[in-house]
Design a protein around this ligand. Structure first.
Ligand code: NDP
Length: 451
């Protein structure tokens, strides 16, 4: 038991009361670092942990906008600039009614470690708003994005802070945000936002990158543990947004049978395998509910999410489970159900979708576990590739980006495995990811002095 880790955790709890998600993320990382911190007194001497848990800056702002009926609406905006140790702050924007300071800080904290794992020169940040794009017209979304950027533009820049998408922020929102930024700055800073459409500086394969990257990471993990693969495996994937859709596409390409997907209202089960084109039409074109899948697939079954059972998808029997919706969707109870039903591997596409108790349960029951900060890092890695294309004023082909992504995911897996091996942690890649990222960040922090 490291006294230093315990002391910092106590302090974080005290100083950030009312921020349970942030504490959960810090607890998960710091607990994994105990063996590392115990071996090297410099980390305490240089106050590395204290500095890592304190964001460099947190910006909170008002976003006034006018809805289609002429009513004035007010939302709250956030940007946490967590760490610029190894590059400009980098991380997505989330528009969802659940967004608050705790959620933005947990996401920003995780992002710092994730970005370090990519091996690319990007620091960590995150932002968003409690605005709900669901049910809003395009014009309302545009007015909101313009108002959001009117404040955010003071704090970002292609060498300062580079936001991207996350839940509720896709190509449409990034377009409106970029347009307003360009208009205010009167300059074409292509690299100030990533996830742009290819028509004006986006990278090919960015849309696919997080989902594809998750599957590339899982493929490495399966291969390294008994030479397994996706071929012939049953897979369930929560969510039906950007990450879930492209994870499904790549898993199907590799021969898996994806039998279930979900949205915040419920989940669908199709024993013949999900017809992904129908999901894409419903979610990407019609912006509808996943239940509509049943219109063309009478044999599929729909289960409504309830307050008691908000994620019914985890009751479905599967070989591989990929949580790709939101934080804390796999509770200990859900983990027990998955194990009882024979799950062999779990891969986090979403950020912190698995509770700490559930992760421990999976590891104790020999379920391979791919942690978010490693497994879903393909999105931000490809964002960094988008930034470098913008700087070079040049485009890579889809195949070139995809190949780079595949290599990055292989390297991330290797870093996690090497760190786990070094500390004799078996296949605990969650701890391996935390240790590998921490070691790199701590080295940079010591080198840069007390800042
Ligand atoms: P999208 O907005 O495209 O999709 C989110 C999906 O998750 C939707 O199907 C949504 O359902 C569902 N969902 C969201 N919140 C909840 C909730 N509280 N309960 C149940 N279902 C919910 O987002 P992304 O696919 O981009 O992001 C998904 C996850 O992946 C997030 O955790 C994000 O942080 C993480 N991530 C995303 C990256 C990216 O590149 N996009 C990169 C790395 C991580 P509904 O349609 O009903 O809202």
């Amino acid at each position: 038991m490291s006294m230093y880790v315990e002391k910092v955790l106590d302090d974080v709890k005290l100083k950030n009361s009312g921020e349970p998600e942030f504490f959960q993320a810090v607890d998960e990382v710091l607990s994994a670092l105990k063996p590392v911190v115990e071996k090297n007194g410099d980390y305490e001497k240089f106050a590395i942990l204290e500095r890592m848990v304190e964001p460099e800056r947190l910006i909170i702002f008002r976003i006034p906008w006018v809805d289609d009926s002429g009513k004035i609406r007010i939302n709250r905006g956030y940007r946490v600039q967590f760490s610029s140790l190894i590059g400009p702050y980098k991380g997505g924007l989330r528009f969802h009614p659940s967004v608050n300071q705790s959620i933005i800080k947990f996401l920003g904290f995780e992002q710092v470690f994730k970005n370090a794992l990519t091996g690319l020169p990007i620091g960590g940040g995150k932002g968003g708003s409690d605005f709900d794009p669901k049910g809003k017209s395009d014009a309302e979304v545009m007015r909101f994005c313009q108002s959001f950027m009117t404040e955010l533009q003071r704090h970002i820049g292609q060498d300062v802070d580079v936001p991207a998408g996350d839940i509720g922020v896709g190509a449409r929102e990034i377009g409106y945000l970029f347009g307003q930024y360009k208009r205010i700055k009167d300059a074409y800073e292509g690299g100030v936002l990533t996830g742009k459409s290819v028509a004006y500086g986006g990278s090919l394969a960015r849309t696919e990158a997080t989902g594809y990257g998750l599957i590339y990471f899982m493929r490495e993990m399966l291969k390294s543990n008994g030479g397994n693969s996706f071929e012939g495996k049953t897979v369930t994937i929560s969510g039906s947004g950007n990450v879930a859709i492209y994870a499904c596409q790549k898993a199907q390409e590799l021969g898996a049978k994806v039998v279930a997907m979900s949205d915040s209202n419920g989940c669908i089960y199709d024993k013949y395998g999900i017809e992904l084109n129908d999901i894409k039409r419903i979610k990407e074109v019609e912006r509808g509910r996943i239940k509509n899948y049943l219109i063309n697939h009478k044999e599929a079954v729909y289960t409504e999410a309830t307050a008691e059972n908000p994620f019914p998808i985890w009751s479905i029997k599967t070989d591989i489970a990929l949580p790709c919706a939101t934080q804390n969707e796999i509770s200990l109870d859900a983990a027990k159900l998955l194990v009882q039903n024979g799950v062999t591997a779990v891969g986090e596409g979403a950020n912190m979708p698995t509770s700490m108790e559930a992760i421990e349960y999976f590891l104790a029951n020999n379920v391979l576990f791919a942690p978010a900060k490693a497994a879903n890092a393909g999105g931000v890695a490809t964002s960094a590739i988008e930034m470098s294309q913008n700087s070079m004023r040049f485009y890579y082909t889809f195949e070139e980006v995809d190949r780079k992504l595949e290599n990055i995911m292989k390297n991330i897996f290797k870093s996690c495995k090497d760190a786990a091996d070094r500390y004799e942690l078996g296949n605990n890649y969650a701890a391996g990811a935390n240790i590998a990222a921490f070691t790199k960040l701590a080295e940079a922090m010591i080198a840069q002095g007390v800042v």
